[in-house]
Design a protein around this ligand. Structure first.
Ligand code: 5AD
Ligand code: SF4
Length: 487
């Protein structure tokens, strides 16, 4: 098969031309302004600095997309706010992964109807994975006329033009791209301040697990070019970020669509050399594409953290086959063994779905035994949620919901007990940590994270935020550890 090489669009050029057509050019302060000196935001939304708020649901990919939306808005002259009553522009960035996430986001859209009635000038936008589903668009057109703008996951870079259309009075602007063939580079991003930054390396997913909506909402896999990623990470290092998390629905597929055979292991090796970056994380990996070369690259690197999130989803081979996961239980266990052989102290976590259509008690018992066998530090467990448009949603499912619920509870009991035992084994040990900042409950207690991504609470004081230290673990809980800084 010939390797594809995706076209790359430079955001700045495209948006510059589009905004020039609307009468705005980039001023010396980096903000697009009209001939009278008014920013795009002021010209459209009002004389003071209008403020934008993004409510983000779902995964880290959506968090990054919201940072990109706010980054673009900054170049248009918008400020940001967390308070709804101060906001002039509100985004609901939706998630479609499970029914509960979808209902939550749409509930929020419904709730904002009252705000829109009270303050009709507020612009409401709905975006994210749910809007890629035609039934959501139909729902919003029919039941949510108070929403001004609906766009999707493939046309974030069109935000200025979309906003312009929404402001100049088009009723409900709906613009969804079904697919994207391009990677748009150099989108401005308003990153959360601190030590940690997120960097997209691959968009979309081609795996078509039979339960999963993501390939339909995020499109096919498109890798960013290594040079663009390295330049972005170097820039982040120059701006003081010390930990980066590489993002993709399936980071282990990185590079398959690029010419030249450069893969995720090569990228990790190159990133390991970026001065200023201390820790590198990545999510999410797919066990099927996790090669020995990648395990070796991680073992050999100083910066890539020893945390392996390896979503297994199920323990029985026939369920894995129905799910189209592309590996067997034995192959998965081989991967775990090779990780442990290369990095004995690796922290291993997973995702598990219970109650997949036709899952029997015997199938479920295999999931439980796999959990015991691997000994996960933590697992995110979900009850199967049928998603319209996916193959599994069309399959007969004789398993009653009560049975699924009961399986989930039994699974969680084991997951929690094993996770706690893993944490207890850390008591007395010392670990490098990145200190994040004061905890929500107590300003004298700081949260910190180990390379294995374990949360440690330590006594702290101002000045420790975003610094690296060493923590001795004193007590273990199911989810967190208590410790003290020893250096
Ligand atoms: N139902 C339940 N869980 C799901 N996941 C993905 N799709 C579904 C679904 N339809 C879970 C998987 C995945 C995680 C992000 O969400 O475990 O790894
Ligand atoms: Fe969904 Fe499977 Fe792709 Fe993960 S690998 S995003 S579960 S289709």
């Amino acid at each position: 098969m010939e390797a594809l090489d995706m076209p790359v669009i430079a955001y700045g050029d495209g948006v510059g031309a589009a905004l020039a057509g609307l009468g705005f050019t980039r001023a010396a302060d980096g903000i697009f302004r009209d001939a009278a000196g008014r920013s795009f935001a002021q010209a459209l939304a009002g004389p003071v600095v209008p403020k934008a708020l993004a409510r983000t649901y779902g995964c880290q990919m959506n968090v990054m997309d919201s940072e990109t939306l706010l980054g673009q808005l900054a170049t248009l002259g918008y400020g940001t706010t967390d308070a709804e009553d101060e906001a002039d522009l509100i985004f609901i960035n939706t998630c479609a992964i499970r029914g509960s996430a979808a209902e939550h986001a749409l509930g929020e859209v419904g709730r904002l109807k009252a705000l829109k009635q009270e303050r009709p000038d507020v612009l409401l936008a709905v975006c994210g994975c749910l809007t890629q589903m035609p039934e959501t668009v139909r729902h919003l057109q029919r039941y949510a006329p108070h929403v001004d703008l609906v766009f999707g996951t493939h046309n974030l870079h069109e935000l200025p033009q979309l906003l312009h259309r929404a402001y100049v009075g088009e009723q409900q602007v709906v613009d969804i791209w079904r697919q994207s063939d391009a990677v748009v580079e150099a989108l401005p991003s308003l990153r959360a301040p601190g030590a940690r930054a997120w960097v997209n390396i691959i968009y979309g997913c081609d795996k078509y697990c039979t339960y999963c909506i993501v390939p339909y909402t995020r499109g096919k896999e498109r890798s960013r070019r290594p040079g663009e990623i390295l330049a972005e990470v170097e820039d982040l290092a120059a701006r003081g970020y010390t930990e980066i998390t590489l993002l993709g629905q399936n980071v282990n597929s990185y590079g398959k669509d690029l010419a030249g055979g450069y893969d995720f292991a090569d990228l990790l090796r190159d990133l390991d050399r970026v001065p200023g970056i201390r820790w590198v994380r990545y999510m999410t990996s797919h066990p099927r594409d996790f090669t020995q070369k990648m395990v070796e690259a991680i073992a050999a690197s100083d910066k890539v953290c020893e945390h392996f999130h390896l979503p297994v989803q199920a323990g029985a081979d026939r369920v894995l086959r129905w799910m189209n996961r592309g590996y067997t239980r034995a192959a998965y266990l081989d991967l775990v063994a090779s990780v442990r052989a290369a990095i004995p102290h690796a922290v291993i976590t997973t995702d598990i779905i219970v109650g997949f259509p036709r899952e029997t008690e015997d199938d479920f018992a295999e999931t439980l035994s796999l959990v015991e066998e691997v000994g996960y530090d933590n697992a995110f467990t979900f009850m199967y949620s049928p998603r319209d448009g996916t193959p599994a949603a069309r399959w007969a499912d004789p398993v009653p919901p009560e049975v699924k619920k009961e399986r989930l509870l039994r699974l969680n009991d084991r997951v929690y007990a094993i996770g706690r035992a893993k944490n207890e084994a850390m008591v007395g040990g010392e670990y490098d940590v990145l200190i994040e900042g004061p905890s929500r409950k107590d300003p004298a207690v700081y949260t910190a994270r180990t390379r294995g991504n374990k949360l440690v609470h330590v006594p702290g004081a101002p000045g420790l935020e975003n610094t690296f230290g060493r923590a001795r673990i004193r007590r273990a809980h199911t989810w967190t550890l208590d410790g003290e800084l020893v250096g």
